[in-house]
Write a protein that binds this ligand. Structure first.
Ligand code: MG
Length: 257
């Protein structure tokens, strides 16, 4: 049974996924009153140092991550965006694409976008992605899983493209095979000197194993994928942002805090 291991006595940061954790997985209004409480946590971290700051690690495009960073006051540490393509810092305000991404591979991403848009009637691509392709479909996730994903995988295999394709709750992500949340977190660790044994993490889908593998203590909200919950030190009984607040409370009320 996952779920009841205590966090290390000293933590320097909390690395948190966005969709399914801070914001709803499906398009619904964000629980802004709960995000305000996450922002209060980050203000406490900034002003007193008494709690570890929460930072973000998301597959979403950089502008979405920046908006969420402003909402939850995640200004203390770099933010992983677009599944590792970008590392964004809010203060000072700057962002860097993974320097290993070549112009040729950026061209390949544009080629895959054009192919996907032409190939799948009813498909639409997530706006704002710089070096990845995310496919939604008018007929929904089940159609994507049954029809589109196998065709995408066949095309990748036939073309020998250096990318991987995977299904989330709602869409298909096609990403360069050397870019991931893991590579993004590694860039953050290198830039900040943060050490995995002093980090906590929060996630809800199997892509967040990259967070799990780089933190000492990992938690999930109640809505997380069961397969990921098996890797968690704590599973909150609450969903999404309420779950994140419950996890923050556990990390903030420990001995010595
Ligand atoms: Mg998520």
């Amino acid at each position: 049974m996952p779920g009841q291991r205590s966090a290390p006595p000293r933590l320097d940061a909390i690395v948190c996924d966005i969709d399914g954790c801070l914001s709803p997985e499906l398009p619904r209004p964000a629980a802004t009153h709960l995000l305000a409480r996450v922002s209060d946590h980050n203000r406490r971290a900034r002003e007193t140092g008494g709690v570890p700051p929460l930072t973000l690690c998301t597959g979403r495009p950089l502008p979405f991550a920046e908006a969420m960073a402003r909402a939850v006051g995640a200004f203390a540490l770099p933010i992983v965006c677009e599944g590792g393509v970008w590392v964004l810092t809010m203060d000072p305000y700057r962002w860097e694409m993974d320097p290993r991404i070549t112009p040729e591979h950026l061209g390949l991403v544009r080629e895959i976008e054009a192919w996907a848009a032409a190939q799948f009637d009813g498909a639409f691509l997530e706006a704002g992605k710089a070096a990845a392709v995310t496919i939604f479909h008018a007929q929904g996730p089940d159609y994507l899983r049954r029809v589109v994903l196998p065709a995408v995988q066949t095309r990748i295999d036939d073309a020998g493209w250096p990318v991987r394709a995977g299904m989330t709750w709602t869409c298909i992500n096609i990403e360069l095979d050397y870019i991931s949340k893991a590579s993004g977190i590694d860039r953050v660790l290198a830039a900040t000197g943060l050490a995995p044994d002093r980090l906590a993490g929060i996630g809800d889908t199997m892509g967040d194993l990259a967070i799990r593998e780089r933190v000492a203590w990992f938690a999930c909200p109640a809505n997380a994928h069961d397969e990921l919950k098996a890797h968690a030190d704590y599973v909150s009984p609450h969903e999404e942002a309420q779950g994140v607040l419950d996890i923050l409370a556990r990390l903030s009320h420990r001995e010595g805090r």
